[in-house]
Design a protein around this ligand. Sequence first.
Ligand code: KIV
Length: 262
Amino acid sequence: MTLHRLEQMREAGEKIAMLTCYDAAFARLLDEAGVDVLLVGDSLGMVIQGHSSTLPVSMDQMVYHTECVARGNRTAWVIADLPFGSYQESMAQAIENAIRLMRAGAQMIKLEGGGWTAPIVQSLVQRGIPVCGHLGFTPQSVHALGGYRVQGREESAAEMLLRDARELAQAGARMLIIELVPSAVTRSLSAQLPLSVIGIGAGSGCHGQVLVLHDMLGLTPGRLPRFVRNFMDGATSIEEAAHRYVREVKSGGFPDDAQHGY
Ligand code: KIV
């Protein structure tokens, strides 16, 4: 997989199937199941380490998991998250840490936040590092946002989302994750912007979908958000669940806005 190929898929209307991934065994399995993009997300702080948020995840841990995923993967595109505290202090800090993730095997780095990150995005892109933005509900800002809440419901908030997305695209971001946003807002944003919009809890009107691996395998205890579907339901193996996820994303069967959208 290449960035060029992902952009061809977007232009051709083929949906991009992305899942989070944290180790070599799952990287191999998901790649063989046809997952287009593996995201080494800092959600590993919650699903692997058992924390209640992504905030404690360190750069060293992200580098370790990125290396594991890169070793198991053969063809999928690999994105790694810059964790909380690894790009907030200075441009130099952001550049140094993005380089560490690229050296560990990432092909693109992801960072959270709107306009204030645009200069960072631009600097990374100028240095040959592809960047994915992340807007809407941004888990590293969970405390500032007052918990896990849908973003962009009010007209002014939706406008701000669009403005932030435009700034990231202008700065050179090639992909954007939109999390927990009403389907109609994401649909309009995806139609207007020259980058690949990947949704999680953001409806069907995106260029692709991402879920946290442990959520879609039914491994996350407790009540799950409405946008999650357990692909192990009715599947006899993890391989089958991963294949079903890819098939459902590509066919437009998942997500169903009535069932999974806001
Ligand atoms: O860290 C992560 O897994 C993410 C996804 C929720 C998109 O950012």
